[in-house]
Design a protein around this ligand. Structure first.
Ligand SMILES: Nc1nc2c(ncn2[C@@H]2O[C@H](COP(=O)(O)OP(=O)(O)O)[C@@H](O)[C@H]2O)c(=O)[nH]1
Ligand SMILES: [Mg+2]
Length: 497
């Protein structure tokens, strides 16, 4: 039973891939061949997830936490103004993709852990993206994209970031999905989120965007209950109508704690042990502010070491580490690191990525690829109308023959709250729209027989068709019910083959 596949031709991504390969073979000039090849490469690689949000929201820090290494520079150095793509590669390599289409390998070294890329003779404005290849298993299933961030809606970096993330029918995007970082008390972040997500259903939506309440440890001045407060705030955001239309969920995260937990050094823990030996009243006073923490008389640690600890851990992290060391639960980097990661919320974000992005990764990739191919077709229309028409025909066929794009649209309509249904219907729709595998889509166990699948599908088809026929239902609802029925029909159809 388990090998029934809704799209027998290997799924929509494979169909789009075939169209892209066809274009590579028939491209009228090298430049177009290269562009078509880029679509092929992209579909053959992992999901591309962009990390977006305001300047200083903690984007680069989060990227490092997800990779498990300090790679992306985390202060406003030169390269943090350029969009950087981190993907798994056979060797360590940094290549600048230039706006004029050329590429140039760049020299780099790692100072204080993070990459220090030498732009050489290149100007920042000439560089479209930096491609960083890194041989690490953490980048096996996703490619991460660090964006410069939004400062205001019209400054140059913000423009670049938005250009990069926005995509609609006419404009390809380099990202398939987005993790959007916002800090507490930045209500205007919601406006930013809105500004580059509220496009059309093909732009970022609850289907391909999740949000992170970032720098969560700083909530409430770094008190030890900061993460609990952050969880409650994230929970509230998750059901806030101004956000539910834009992203699937909001999770709290202390990216710095995660990054440091994964890269903690023994000498840092030695410094923390010294700090833990400081009398309580002195330590409490020290942790009131950065100035107090660094005041020379306060501890035996050098000011430099203290600064280092704050940079790596923040006030909350220092408090937490001291508590763990004093209790005897963790006195080495090997023991303390995992505790920091556990507290950081990183696992929650990882689960969200796994649960929310990964099941529909191929369809999200197919969708971006389709947009890219359509844009290539428009470029071709004037010079080689036959090739363009041929490509258009293939793309139309793919779209007509698959229910998967309708699933994504349905998921958007339900996820964004544009269509509201009962809780039971919602659970069923969420399943039907998230999965391409029949048993998962129907919520049946692995042992279900073909007859059981057919029965469940037929029952659902009847019910959703009836709902779609309701003369009082609005067009979006009808579309959702209709798509649910189509998904079930394709499942039923697959059992007959
Ligand atoms: N306390 C705290 N500081 C953070 C956190 N994440 C980032 N930072 C700090 O905030 C500053 C900006 O972080 P960065 O990752 O460069 O932000 P970006 O501009 O969004 O890429 C850096 O000094 C980080 O160390 C966090 O979770 N907690
Ligand atoms: Mg950054």
């Amino acid at each position: 039973m388990s090998n029934i596949n809704v799209n027998t031709a290997g799924g929509v991504a494979e169909q789009v891939l075939a169209a892209a390969r066809h274009l590579v073979a028939n491209a009228p000039n090298p430049q177009l061949r290269e562009q078509a090849q880029a679509v092929v490469d992209r579909l053959s690689g992992p999901l591309r997830v962009a990390i977006a949000g305001r300047v200083k929201a903690g984007k680069s820090t989060l990227l490092n936490a997800l990779v498990g290494e300090r790679l992306a520079p985390t202060d406003a150095g030169e390269c943090t103004k350029i969009i950087s793509r981190y993907s798994r590669g056979a060797s360590y390599e940094v290549v600048a993709r230039l706006r004029d289409g050329r590429s140039e390998p760049l020299a780099f070294n790692r100072t204080g852990g993070s990459l220090d890329v030498k732009l050489g003779g290149l100007r920042e404005a000439d560089i479209a993206t930096l491609d960083v290849s890194w041989p690490t298993s953490t980048l096996e299933t996703i490619t991460l994209i660090d964006t410069p961030g939004l400062a205001s809606l019209n400054d140059e970096n913000s423009r670049r970031t938005r250009e990069f993330l926005e995509f609609d029918e006419g404009k390809p995007s380099d990202a398939d999905a987005v993790i959007y970082l916002m800090r507490h008390a930045h209500r205007s972040d919601v406006a930013f989120l809105d500004a580059f997500m509220d496009r059309s259903v093909t732009a970022a939506s609850p289907v391909n965007a999740v949000a992170v309440l970032s720098r969560a440890d700083e909530i409430g001045a770094g008190r030890l209950d900061a993460m609990e407060s952050a969880s409650r705030i994230a929970q509230r955001y998750s059901v806030d109508p101004s956000l539910t239309g834009l992203c699937a969920a909001v999770v709290p995260l202390a990216g710095l704690l995660a990054e440091t937990g994964l890269t903690l050094r023994e000498d840092e823990v030695a410094a923390l042990r010294l700090l833990a030996a400081t009398p309580d009243d002195v330590l409490d006073r020290m942790l009131l502010s950065v100035d107090q923490f660094c005041a020379t008389s306060a501890s035996e640690l050098t000011v430099e070491l203290r600064r280092g600890l704050l940079d790596r851990l923040g006030v909350f992290g220092v408090r937490l580490a001291v508590r763990e060391i004093r209790s005897g639960r963790a006195t080495t980097a090997a023991a303390l690191g995992p505790i920091l990661v556990e507290q950081s919320g990183l696992n929650g974000l990882r689960q969200l990525i796994t649960r929310h992005f990964m099941p529909r990764a191929r369809i999200l990739q197919a969708r971006s690829a389709l947009v890219s191919l359509r844009s290539l077709s428009r470029q071709l229309a004037a010079s080689v109308p036959q090739v363009a028409a041929d490509l258009d025909r293939q793309l139309e066929q793919i779209e007509a023959s698959t229910v998967q794009f309708a699933q994504v649209r349905g998921a958007h309509l339900v996820g964004s709250g544009a269509v509201t249904v009962s809780a039971a219907d919602r659970a069923e729709l969420d399943r039907l729209f998230a999965h391409t595998e029949p048993l998962a889509a129907l919520g049946l166990s692995g042992g279900a027989s073909t007859e059981q699948v057919q029965q469940a599908a037929l029952a659902g088809i009847g019910r959703w068709r009836t709902m779609a026929g309701d003369p009082l239902a609005d067009p979006s609802s009808i579309e959702v019910y209709d798509t649910a029925a189509r998904v079930l029909e394709s499942i039923y159809g697959a059992t007959l083959r």
